[in-house]
Design a protein around this ligand. Structure first.
Ligand SMILES: Cc1cc2nc3c(=O)[nH]c(=O)nc-3n(C[C@H](O)[C@H](O)[C@H](O)COP(=O)(O)O)c2cc1C
Length: 208
């Protein structure tokens, strides 16, 4: 009996826990001349530099023509065909958000609201940037939204206070030590949740 239990545990670790977590990075700004591209490049470098994630990207700047009226029109269906599969296939998300008027951008909310099942029982990491507050108010609002969608946000974040001044003209961080360390902590947590919830969804389909 004891041996059987151990074998089950070993099978689980080799089959499931080693495979990279499929993560979709959601870039949350579509403003013309946005600074978000600079932060996104830094973030994608961090994630792609690890072997425990496979990365895909959904950029709200490429979903501008997603309607804000929730109606299954042919136009909406056509737009969603290029977006929804990337969210559905994800086992984890990283949402990159600026702060607009103490919250996150409308285009990001629209993308989130067009989907439901795609977020469920999956972990979400949050990276933010802005002025003095570093986008932290946007992050806390997003935690409420993702809780409603049965997604779990990971505790640690990366936030860029006075973001524009943190990067030089070539798009490199003036001092990468703090953000890189914060990203490692956040991504380690996301990987843990991603693997854990992948296994959980496989064993017990989420019905919450
Ligand atoms: C409409 C708007 C509202 C903003 N509101 C805030 C704010 O409430 N707090 C803050 O720290 N920064 C605020 N900012 C500054 C942005 O966070 C900052 O410019 C950031 O780079 C915007 O992201 P983006 O360039 O990728 O669009 C605001 C910027 C815009 C355009």
């Amino acid at each position: 009996m004891r041996v059987a239990v151990m074998e089950t545990a070993m099978d689980t670790s080799t089959d499931v826990r080693v495979a990279p977590v499929r993560v979709t990075v959601v870039i949350g700004s579509n403003r013309a001349g946005r600074f978000g591209s600079v932060v996104a490049d830094w973030l994608l470098d961090r994630v792609r530099g690890r072997d425990d994630f496979e990365v895909d990207v959904v950029d709200v700047a490429e979903t501008d023509d997603l309607p804000t009226t929730f109606a299954p029109t042919p136009e909406a269906t056509a737009r969603l065909a290029g977006i929804t599969p990337k969210l559905a296939a994800a086992e984890a998300f990283i949402v990159l958000t600026p702060e607009y008027n103490h919250s996150y951008p409308a285009a990001l909310k629209n993308l989130i609201d067009w989907h439901f099942h795609e977020w469920r029982a999956k972990p979400v990491a949050l990276v933010s940037y802005g002025g003095l507050a570093g986008g932290l108010r946007a992050v806390e609002h997003l935690r409420q939204v993702f809780a409603e969608l049965h997604a779990t946000t990971v505790r640690d974040t990366v936030s860029f206070h006075n973001a524009h001044a943190s990067f030089d003209d070539t798009g490199h961080l003036r001092d990468p030590s703090g953000p890189d360390a914060a990203a490692k902590v956040m991504l380690d947590q996301l990987g843990w949740w991603g693997k854990g919830l992948r296994e959980a969804r496989g064993r017990w389909p989420y019905e919450g």
